[in-house]
Ligand binder design. Sequence first.
Ligand code: NAI
Ligand code: 15L
Length: 271
Amino acid sequence: MTTHTKPFGRLLLTGAAGGLGRVLRPRLAALCERLRLSDRADLGDAAAHEELCPAALEDRAAMLALLDGVDAVVHLGGISTEAAFDPILQANIVGVFNLYEAARQHGVRRIVFASSNHVVGFYRQSEVVDSQAPPRPDTLYGVSKAFGENLSRMYFDRHGIETVCLRIGSATPEPLNRRMLASWLSHDDLERLVVASLTAPCAGHTVIFGISDNAARWWDNTRAAHIGYRPQDSSEPWRAALEAANPRPDPRDPALTWQGGLFVELGPYDT
Ligand code: NAI
Ligand code: 15L
């Protein structure tokens, strides 16, 4: 048996060239002996503990090779907003299937899957939803994330691969608008959430909303308490400035009506 001083021997981060991938890349080093980084975009130079493995998610053979020797995965790769159906199909549906099938074949035990709040974007901001509320996606993008959540559920029930689905809100350096008073996830809390999801003793199949400890709340994480995520940041210090910037909000503004905000009006895009 191989023993490691860190929790993981080899951790795979997909979408490593993206916005959140670049945030997590240096922060995951403490968790693993080797950090395997993948994307279809340029990954820059590898540090001593890193392995660069470019791959397109829709390339089944490349994904099978990518998962070889991996202990756990943080899956951020994919289309991250509304788009035409074809790229969403390739990256977020075919790609997620390729990831789980490769994980099954290589015996990977846990995946942290970047889902999205847009799985429930058509709930109103006046409602509070938890992980058991039926999906109400606001976009094809949201539908594709619901697919990933369901696929990972099936791979847990059939094959025992644990997954924590992160329904990330808005992961930006600071909250940028009134909606983000509820949806904001600080980068430090993103790190806390990913670390907790990777290292919780028993994750099973869990859906958890990725938000900081914001005073404004639409999303209830009570059912995910076993993950041990303890956010330490809050959007509240930005409230006064954000409200002053928009002192008389239009109550019909979709950005302030739907949990998914302006995503409810994006698209459709040509395939
Ligand atoms: P991003 O768009 O900056 O990064 C996604 C990465 O995936 C990119 O580097 C892109 O090259 C790669 N990618 C896309 N299609 C691919 C394909 N077919 N094959 C290989 N690589 C491919 O997105 P961001 O903001 O870093 O988000 C990361 C993940 O978190 C995404 O899955 C997104 O849906 C999810 N998320 C992010 C939120 C945020 O606030 N940033 C909120 C909710 C969910
Ligand atoms: C997402 O799912 C997107 O990936 C991100 O770019 C943001 O738009 C975020 O949701 C949000 O809802 O603010």
